[in-house]
Design a protein around this ligand. Structure first.
Ligand SMILES: Nc1ncnc2c1ncn2[C@@H]1O[C@H](COP(=O)(O)OP(=O)(O)O)[C@@H](O)[C@H]1O
Ligand SMILES: [Mg+2]
Length: 249
């Protein structure tokens, strides 16, 4: 099987500082892949290189066999690689269903002069996405008024509106209560099972990493320290040394 996402030697220099240093990564279709590492390891910068927010100093990114290196984020999204972003800054006044509909409309290139059957399809698709993320009851709520956990779920639904093959989540459980964290973990599993989405996430909560991931990449000082199953990584001496070094996991 060919991997869905192939990253080769991706590198980002900020001035003289190598934030991401020759990272290679390959993720299979349907895989849930965690990127972990201490604070400042380069995880968020790596994600921004993958989605075209940053232009790499060196290296390439391929999605479903399409080279996306150097493309702008909307081009990368069209190729199927989409990152979940905070919608609170994008859609504060829209309702939950309007936010998701906007995302679907933007992706499909449909105009607002839709025919009746397009409206029906759009309505059904919005309902299906809201059902998957557990927000059907909040469809008419204003996005900005949702609880933190519900806002994160809406962000996932909006990203899914772009019909990604690979979804990137940078610290999806940050700032969440244990209950909200559990719900996010269940949601990520559902996305893989129901929608067949391949997922790459960065995460500092090791219970989440162990509960979700097929494989884990450990980053340290911008480089890949180790790739393996959660158990392999957790028992690796170098990985343990990095985490016992007093740096935040
Ligand atoms: N835009 C930037 N300019 C300069 N340095 C940056 C920039 N973004 C991140 N860095 C630095 O790159 C390193 C990696 O940061 P980041 O990717 O945010 O790490 P992580 O997400 O693993 O915590 C850090 O030392 C950070 O200070
Ligand atoms: Mg980060």
């Amino acid at each position: 099987m060919n991997p869905l996402l192939v990253v080769d030697d991706i590198t980002k220099k900020f001035g003289g500082f190598l934030a991401v240093d020759g990272v290679s990564l390959s993720v299979d279709a349907g895989e849930i892949h965690a990127v972990i590492g201490p604070n400042g390891a380069g995880k968020s910068t790596l994600f921004k290189l993958l989605t075209g927010v940053y232009t790499p100093t060196r290296g390439t990114v391929e999605v479903s066999g399409t080279a996306v290196t150097g493309m702008r984020p909307h081009g990368v999204a069209r190729a199927g690689l989409v990152q979940v972003f905070q919608t609170s800054s994008i859609f504060p006044r829209l309702t939950v269903e309007e936010s998701v509909a906007t995302s679907l409309l933007a992706t499909s290139g449909m105009s607002m002069s839709l025919r009746r059957r397009d409206w029906v399809r759009l309505r059904d698709e919005v309902a299906s996405l809201l059902g998957d993320v557990g927000l059907l009851d909040e469809a008419r709520s204003i996005a900005a008024a949702l609880s933190h956990g519900d806002q994160r779920a809406l962000e996932v639904a909006v990203a899914l509106g772009c019909r990604p093959s690979v979804l990137l989540l940078d610290e999806p459980t940050a700032g969440m209560s244990p209950f909200e964290t559990e719900r996010m973990v269940a949601l990520i599993k559902t996305l893989r099972e129901v929608r067949g989405v391949t997922i790459v996430l960065s995460e500092h909560d090791m219970d989440v990493v162990f509960g979700l991931s097929d494989r884990v990449t450990v980053m340290h000082h911008g480089q890949v320290l180790r790739v393996g199953s959660p158990v392999e990584v957790a028992n690796d001496e170098q990985v343990i040394a990095v985490y016992l070094g007093g740096e935040r996991v």
